[in-house]
Ligand binder design. Structure first.
Ligand SMILES: *[C@@H]1O[C@H](CO)[C@@H](O)[C@H](O)[C@H]1NC(C)=O
Ligand SMILES: *[C@@H]1O[C@H](CO)[C@@H](O)[C@H](O)[C@H]1NC(C)=O
Ligand SMILES: *[C@@H]1O[C@H](CO)[C@@H](O)[C@H](O)[C@H]1NC(C)=O
Ligand SMILES: *[C@@H]1O[C@H](CO)[C@@H](O)[C@H](O)[C@H]1NC(C)=O
Ligand SMILES: *[C@@H]1O[C@H](CO)[C@@H](O)[C@H](O)[C@H]1NC(C)=O
Ligand SMILES: *[C@@H]1O[C@H](CO)[C@@H](O)[C@H](O)[C@H]1NC(C)=O
Length: 238
């Protein structure tokens, strides 16, 4: 039998066998894409996913996920799905087969719990000049913790911040505590706490939350800590 070049570039083997076992690099090469490439959603959220391929005439295709999914629209080379009720971090796969070859693409889906509530407490709320006080900020039910920074502010000035490096699967409470010495000017500023959940590395934005402002009553030496609110407006102590 003469050596004859088959259309697939291998010698003398039936085409069907060729496609299956021979020449892994031969035949049509194609790619699978998923859009978006990264995804971060709130619990219960839903999102659109577009799976597409460079294969001109794909045989089959689909989306592998444990989530509720439905096909929204499709073309020869793409399918758009909506997946809904995302409740935890998950991986979604999209596949196409083309000339009996299958290719997969995966998408990491992360769930985030935004800093809805940011709470701030000054302890005590009345303090003498030079005395110490504690600023405590906490954010319940936030995730992922490793994307969170809490910043304590005096007016617009950042006094202290904390970035949480711990990996945590479930949403939890984040707290930061800072001890400070009271200055006379502290009575003229509002204290607040800002929470920044930086989801950019997961394909999202920065989500901000801020506490209600809190004021510190600072009294001078010789002034009574029990003194009524009216005293703040009286003339300063000599
Ligand atoms: C899905 O992606 C493909 C390839 O990028 C594009 O041609 C198609 O229009 C997209 N479909 C939708 C509904 O956006
Ligand atoms: C959404 O997911 C949660 C937890 O997996 C489940 O309890 C709930 O029934 C689901 N809701 C819908 C509308 O599918
Ligand atoms: C997706 O998640 C897997 C397992 O958690 C990880 O190894 C991989 O690097 C992630 N991919 C991307 C693009 O973030
Ligand atoms: C936190 O504080 C450090 C030093 O005080 C500063 O360099 C950094 O930029 C702050 N981070 C944020 C997110 O504000
Ligand atoms: C703040 O001060 C209190 C009491 O003086 C102390 O118990 C606590 O450890 C201090 N906290 C920090 C974060 O320095
Ligand atoms: C502090 O906060 C209160 C309440 O939001 C506001 O009325 C007041 O103007 C603020 N004071 C300063 C100095 O920013």
């Amino acid at each position: 039998m003469p050596l004859k070049m088959s259309p697939f570039g291998c010698w003398g083997l039936p085409a069907a066998l060729l496609a299956l076992f021979c020449c892994p690099g031969s035949g049509e090469t194609f790619e699978v894409h998923m859009y978006p490439e990264q995804l971060v959603v709130e619990p219960g959220g839903s999102t659109l996913i577009n799976c597409s391929t460079s294969c001109a005439l794909p045989d089959t295709s689909g989306l592998e996920t444990t989530l509720t999914k439905s096909l929204v629209a499709s073309g020869t080379q793409w399918k758009q799905y909506v997946v809904s009720n995302v409740s935890q971090d998950t991986i979604i796969y999209c596949y196409f087969t083309c000339s009996r070859k299958q290719k997969l693409k995966s998408l990491n889906v992360s769930v985030f719990y935004p800093p809805k509530e940011v709470l701030l407490k000054l302890k005590p709320t009345r303090v003498a000049v030079g005395g110490s006080f504690t600023i405590e900020c906490w954010v319940p039910n936030v995730a992922p913790l490793e994307s969170l920074t809490l910043t304590l502010l005096r007016g617009k000035e950042a006094m202290h911040n904390k970035t949480f490096r711990t990996m945590a699967l479930a949403p939890q409470e984040a707290t930061v505590t800072h001890n400070a010495t009271a200055h006379k000017e502290d009575g003229h500023h509002n204290f607040s706490c800002r929470a920044d959940l930086d989801l950019r590395s997961l394909g999202g934005d920065i989500i901000h939350g801020v506490s209600e402002p809190q004021t510190l009553k600072v009294y001078g030496e010789g002034e009574s800590p029990e003194g009524g609110g009216g005293r703040e407006h009286s003339s300063p102590i000599p």
